[in-house]
Design a protein around this ligand. Sequence first.
Ligand code: HEM
Length: 143
Amino acid sequence: MSKSIILATLLSTTLLAASFAPVAHAEKTLYEQIGGEPVLRKTVEEFVVIMEDDDRINFAFGNTDITKFKQLLFEQLCNVTGGPCEYTGRSMEESHRELAIDNAMFNALAEDVYLAFDRVGVPYRLQNKVMAIFAPMQKDMVK
Ligand code: HEM
């Protein structure tokens, strides 16, 4: 093979590889994989139904404006999963400071979030990705 053929082959291989490169960048965000806004809003609705029936944690929400809470939880879920939302709420430390949350309550709430995702049909694999993002926030909320 002449040098120019080798060079041309190398060049076209490189160009071919480069033309595939954007595919990697175009990988869907977690937000998109979950199903975006409609699925996250449904998850939040379902979570509140489950939480209100869960005596392990519902008392903590006694003084909470639930409509506002749903909007903020949606914004946060959207934001941390790479969606196009700004989170307009308070920090996790500030908003949970007065609530005397212990590990058992934290785990109960996490269980309810999993159940809500289940009910709206979000695959377990994606549920775990969301929960992995939330897990490090535990230290900001638990007393
Ligand atoms: C992964 C864990 C959690 C996440 C991602 C989360 C997320 C949020 C968000 C986004 C807000 C709104 C913040 C704001 O009002 O500015 C909020 C508020 C609240 N959260 Fe959590 N939370 C978690 C754990 C918990 C736990 C374990 C409890 C209690 C069992 C709890 C009880 C509350 C209550 C009662 C409010 C409303 C506070 C108020 O009305 O001032 N949260 N949470």
